[in-house]
Design a protein around this ligand. Sequence first.
Ligand code: PLP
Length: 342
Amino acid sequence: MASGTLHIDLSALTANYTALAARSATETAAVVKADGYGLGSALVAKTLAQAGARTFFVATAEEGVTIRQALGPDPVINVFSGHMDGDTALIRDHALTPMLNSPEQISRHQTALPGAPYGLQLDTGMSRLGLQPGHWPAARAHAQSATLIMSHLACADDPPHAQNAQQLANFRAMTEGLTTPRSLAATGGTLMGAEYHFDMTRPGIGLYGGFPFADATPVVRLSLPVIQIRDIAPGTAVGYSATYIADRPRKIATLSAGYADGLIRAMSSRATLWHGNTPCPLVGRVSMDLLTIDVTDCAEPPEALDILGPHQSVDQLAEAAGTIGYEILTSLGPRYTRTVSP
Ligand SMILES: *Cc1c(COP(=O)(O)O)cnc(C)c1O
């Protein structure tokens, strides 16, 4: 028996793409890095291509190969990590477009694949990837023949944050006078309004139903099977380190999933699972492959409980564990049976 069933609603994915595309008048690309935020990048990319996406972004060249094989020759596949040492054959053979990040990457690309398409990534204030302002006077010579000039906002989940306007001003200043297509907005920037949209938005998390796209349709449901249920007496301990002691007679269900399946240990004694409309608290520590859940309030013994679904979004579960929805989704392990609805 698998660790549970991860159900992916493809029509919700399509609805989220369409809703995010309606927020701007420009092209809406799709970010499908990290195996499509944990949901399966080939499946996700095919669905988003049918929804109208023509440009895809991945983190690494290897991820780009998976998307090229799923989608065929037509879509543009952009690689955030640029042209790294060792990437040349993958970029050439799979027609990937690296978003070049440094003077070294620019010269590597020009030398290895002269004439091959590339984009440029600018550091407008995040200090993570991209050409810094000091590189720009020399690198700007490569801007006009780039397919895209892009940068990334550090604080777009918090629209009033002063760094958003600062990065916007920096991006405008660095790209002034160029006619190359530009992109600044991920999900957060897409929701912040037209001045952030430029020629292309590139949402990720909002497609998969996550914050900051508050109007998103939920895409995933995760149902975990019960292995056994026991009655315990008051004073009985549950799980590693005996962190939970029953205060009264309780029914404890043991479920077949744990931190090896992305249900991180920080959920211990903090997450809630659901049996229909009945909330069932996770009690004690999360084990590698097991969870212990208080099902005392269930009308009948449950065969499975939902940890993601209509009663609990990815972001609500993330909050209980002190993390973000991105980490919950991309941690979902390979042991689940995956099902889809069209
Ligand atoms: C991950 C990423 C995105 C997508 O961000 P979301 O917040 O998931 O919408 C866009 N651009 C870059 C550079 C990224 O790294």
